[in-house]
Every structure is written in structure tokens, then in C-alpha cells.
Design a protein around this ligand. Structure first.
Ligand SMILES: Cc1ncc(COP(=O)(O)O)c(C=O)c1O
Length: 372
């Protein structure tokens, strides 16, 4: 481990002697330092001083074109962001006023929700089952809030490899949710941070934004989970008018496109195939890590292994007991209640941050201490 992987440099470090299954980010060993160093070199030699100027407001054209081609849409649908957190903040400040309602699942990405509450938005959870957010519950929540005069800013959904549960919403449920959103004129914000991390051979449902023809849905993607969060780089796919309006904002007019140099480096990676090679490697690595953790947990595992993303959602009789067992096993996990109100007590175990061996052993220790 690098001596610089420490407090004061990186955001959060577990105390020594603790196996950390809490992080929602990649193992340092999986961060592509050499690949990106070469990509930055390439960007400098190709773009010269243009790499160090203010960038095009909407984000550099070659990256927008490359991402559009991958998504099967035009570049007018794409705005480069400083990652999904930035995009959520931007949407919360430009599309909503304090007091407006954000409809969300009872259990959802905690920091995403914090971005909304920081802005004074009101979180309004509606029911979800194992297949995803429930369309009827969404409709009922819209009616309920509007009946008392509240404005709905948007519905915040994580349909693909959900944080924290790992669940993947199928296409039928996505279409049913879109029908309700369209009927009630509610914008959907589709947080798709884990979209490129399917770990099994299976047909992926189309993104909700694509199913909706980029009308009424804003899709947020990020390089944080595939390359590294330190890049602070992501992209938003939306209707051209929304992209143009964001591009004309003071923030982007004053400062230019976000993370211009990182954008150019990543452009070279996509163009020369390095990004796809990396995705193939990463999916294999994460798949092996997920399988090792599931094997270590064995029959005591309450989880249905997810098909992608970073997380295993382990249900039990009591969160308190699960946390106490993890503490006895010297393992840091994320309490399910951090993410809202799970129907069944649960903890989130991340398999992105440790190698397979450590995960297998951690799974065994958790199981033993659960019994003990
Ligand atoms: C669902 C979800 N959205 C957004 C983020 C943050 O993305 P970014 O690093 O691009 O801001 C995370 C990271 O944990 C996440 O799990």
C-alpha cells in the first residue's frame, strides 16, 4: 500500500487491523495509475496548450462524441460533469427550490440524498419491492404530495446495480415507472454510476433515459467506479435543451468545461481501446471478488448475489446484532440504516476494496461471529 494512502490525502481510512468492507470505491491495487499517467502524456502531446486552457463549456467534443457513440445518441445529449455528485448538486440547485420534494426509494445512496437535503429539498420515500421501485407507489406519492401543494422536483432512482442493495431493475419495471413519470409529468434522475459494471453474462436492460428517448429522464454516469474517483469526471445524458441550458450557466461560462485535462486524458483512453480493455479486466476482478465474499459467507449468507456493481446486501434479524458481530470480527461494514429505512434489517458489504482472499476470510469470520 502506498504510504500516501492515509488521512490528509485520501478521504477515509479504516483503523489498522480492521478489514474494511465499507468503502464504495475501488481497491488501491485496482486504480490504474500507469494507464492514466500514459493517457495524460498522450493528451499533452496531442492537444498541447489547448489541454491547459479553459475547455468548451459542455465538455470537450471528442469525449462527448465518444460517449454519445457508446450510448447510441447524439453529442448534443451529453454534458461532461465533475462526477455524479456534482451533477446531483447541479440538478438540485437548478431544477429545485428549497421545500420541493424529491421522490426516492426507502433505501438509497445516502450521500446522494444528503446533496438534496443540503439544498433544503424534502425527501419523500415511496415503496420498492425486490424488483425495484413500485410504479403504483410512485403514482400515489406524486398525488399525495401535490394534493397538499408541494412541488415535485424529480424522482431519484438507481435502477442499475443499486447502492446499497445491488439490485438490477428489469426493463418491464423501468417502462412501467416511465409510464407513471410521463403521465404525472415527473422528471426522473437516473443515477447510473455502476452501469458499466455488469459482472455476469446477461442481457442488460436499456437505461431508462434511452427507453424514454432522453425526454423526461436525466441519466448520470461517472468514471469514478471504472477508472478512479480522483478524476472527478462523469457525464450527464439529457434532452439537448437541458444540456444547452447547463452549458450556458455562469459556472461553465466562467470556468469552462469541468475537468478539462482529465477529459482529454480519458478521451485518449477511450479512443485507443484502453478503456474497454480495462472494463473487461475490472469486471473479471470484481466478479472474482464478489464470488469469494459469497463463498466465505457460505450458507449463512442471506444475500442474493448481485449481478454487478460493488455491493452485497446481507439481510438479518437485527442490524444491531449484525454490526456487533462485524465489530467482534474486526470488520467494518456499512449499516443498512445509513441508507434509509430497509424493510428488513441489513448491512452493506463491499467487495470492491479488498482482494479475493481477504474477502473470503472476512466472509468466514463474519459468519463465525454471527453465530457466536
Ligand atoms: C449511486 C451512486 N451515485 C453517485 C456516487 C458518487 O459518484 P461520483 O464519484 O461520480 O460523484 C456513488 C458513489 O458511491 C454512488 O454509489
Amino acid at each position: 500500500m502506498s504510504p500516501y494512502w492515509r488521512t490528509g490525502i485520501v478521504q477515509d481510512v479504516a483503523p489498522p487491523g480492521i478489514t474494511d468492507l465499507a468503502p464504495g470505491y475501488l481497491d488501491p491495487a485496482l486504480l490504474p495509475v500507469d494507464l492514466l499517467a500514459a493517457a495524460y502524456d498522450k493528451a499533452f502531446s496531442r492537444y498541447g496548450p489547448a489541454a491547459l486552457s479553459y475547455g468548451e463549456n459542455q465538455g470537450v467534443q471528442p469525449l462527448r462524441e465518444a460517449l454519445a457513440e457508446r450510448a447510441g445518441c447524439g453529442p448534443e445529449h451529453i454534458l461532461i460533469t465533475a462526477g455524479t455528485s456534482h451533477a446531483l448538486h447541479m440538478l438540485a440547485t437548478t431544477l429545485a427550490e428549497p421545500g420541493d420534494v424529491v421522490l426516492c426509494e426507502p433505501t438509497a445512496y445516502d450521500y446522494g440524498k444528503q446533496i438534496f437535503t443540503d439544498r433544503g429539498l424534502r425527501l419523500a420515500p415511496f415503496a420498492a419491492d425486490d424488483a425495484g421501485p413500485e410504479p403504483d407507489a410512485l403514482a400515489a406519492a406524486v398525488r399525495r404530495h401535490r394534493a397538499v401543494g408541494r412541488r415535485i422536483a424529480f424522482a431519484y432512482l438507481i435502477p442499475t446495480f443499486h447502492n446499497p442493495t445491488g439490485r438490477l431493475v428489469g426493463e418491464e419495471r423501468r417502462l412501467a415507472l416511465l409510464d407513471v413519470a410521463r403521465e404525472h409529468d415527473v422528471l426522473v434522475v437516473e443515477d447510473d454510476a455502476y452501469a458499466e459494471l455488469c459482472l455476469d453474462e446477461l442481457p442488460m436492460p436499456k437505461p431508462m433515459a434511452e427507453l424514454a428517448g432522453y425526454e423526461g429522464v436525466v441519466r448520470l454516469c461517472s468514471f469514478a467506479k471504472t477508472l478512479g474517483p480522483g478524476l472527478r469526471l462523469g457525464w450527464m445524458l439529457a434532452a439537448p435543451a437541458m444540456v444547452a441550458s447547463a452549458a450556458a450557466s455562469g459556472l461553465l461560462s466562467s470556468g469552462g468545461g469541468l475537468n478539462h485535462l482529465a477529459s482529454l486524458a480519458v478521451t485518449t483512453l477511450i479512443e485507443d481501446g484502453g478503456y474497454d480493455t480495462r472494463l473487461t479486466m475490472l469486471r473479471k476482478e470484481l466478479g472474482a471478488r464478489r464470488d469469494a465474499l459469497v463463498k466465505g459467507l457460505g450458507t449463512a449468507c442471506f444475500a442474493r448475489p448481485p449481478h454487478g456493481g460493488f455491493f452485497l446486501w446481507v439481510r438479518g434479524a437485527s442490524e444491531e446484532h449484525m454490526l456487533a458481530a462485524a465489530a467482534r470480527a474486526k470488520i467494518r461494514v456499512a449499516a443498512g440504516s445509513r441508507f434509509g429505512r430497509p424493510a428488513t434489517p441489513a448491512v452493506r458489504l463491499s467487495y470492491s476494496f479488498n482482494p479475493p482472499d481477504t474477502l473470503f476470510q472476512a466472509g468466514r469470520r463474519l459468519t463465525q461471529h454471527q453465530k457466536g
